[in-house]
Design a protein around this ligand. Structure first.
Ligand SMILES: [Zn+2]
Ligand SMILES: [Zn+2]
Length: 210
């Protein structure tokens, strides 16, 4: 078997811990697996790894109740994201399964892409994560096209009008899913629209925290 990321052969170690059950992370070689860094501790509300207590971004009322991120957005993660998201290596997402819970409760709602962006990428990365984690994925809102978030300054992001709009009513406790949590602006704008349209609560789930 070969590593799904770097293609070097994987030699699974057989010991008493995995003799009956193959190691869950067997799609990545040890080197690639070790390239990712788990977030052990961070802001209790948004998982920001730079804080061990409530971070300044979370220190005020927000439509997003909390966010869970699993991995640091380190250099290795950035390269991985580039290949997965921008070069469309869809299958690569399976290499994340070693770091993610096997089952997640709640209604999975992926953060939508604008139609233009969807055409460009060929898939919505947030929807792919939702389908990997949840039994049900709900597509209940849309996004108008705007400049890439990554090209904006923090001030511009904060001032930008909410790009999300509801397409159907929602109900219950929502788990809002995306790939990276940066400033939280996108997640909070999306959560606000979901709450206005009937969601009881909105929590976030993101692979990486930058
Ligand atoms: Zn590898
Ligand atoms: Zn925080």
């Amino acid at each position: 078997m070969k590593c799904i990321y770097c293609f070097q052969p994987i030699h699974p170690k057989t010991d008493w811990s995995n003799v009956l059950r193959p190691a869950i992370d067997s799609r990545l070689c040890e080197d690639c697996h070790n390239g990712f860094e788990k977030i052990d501790q961070g802001c209790p509300r948004c998982c920001n790894p730079r804080y061990q207590k409530i971070c300044p971004d979370c220190d005020r009322e927000s439509p997003l109740l909390s966010n869970t991120s699993f991995l640091h957005y380190n250099e290795f993660a950035k390269e991985w994201i580039t290949r997965w998201k921008y070069r469309g290596d869809y299958e690569l997402l399976t290499s994340m399964s070693a770091f993610l819970p096997t089952f997640v409760r709640g209604k999975g709602v992926p953060v939508p892409l604008s139609e233009e962006r969807l055409d460009e990428r060929g898939f919505n990365q947030a929807e792919a994560i939702s389908r990997l984690l949840m039994k049900k994925t709900h597509l209940c809102f849309g996004r108008t096209h705007s400049e890439k978030q990554s090209k904006k300054t923090k001030r511009e992001r904060l001032d930008a009008p909410n790009p999300f709009y509801a397409t159907t009513k929602v109900q219950g406790h929502i788990l809002l899913i995306d790939d990276i949590y940066t400033t939280g602006t996108t997640m909070k704008q999306a959560a606000a629209v979901l709450k206005e349209n009937g969601a009881t609560s909105v929590r976030g789930l993101t692979l990486f925290h930058s």
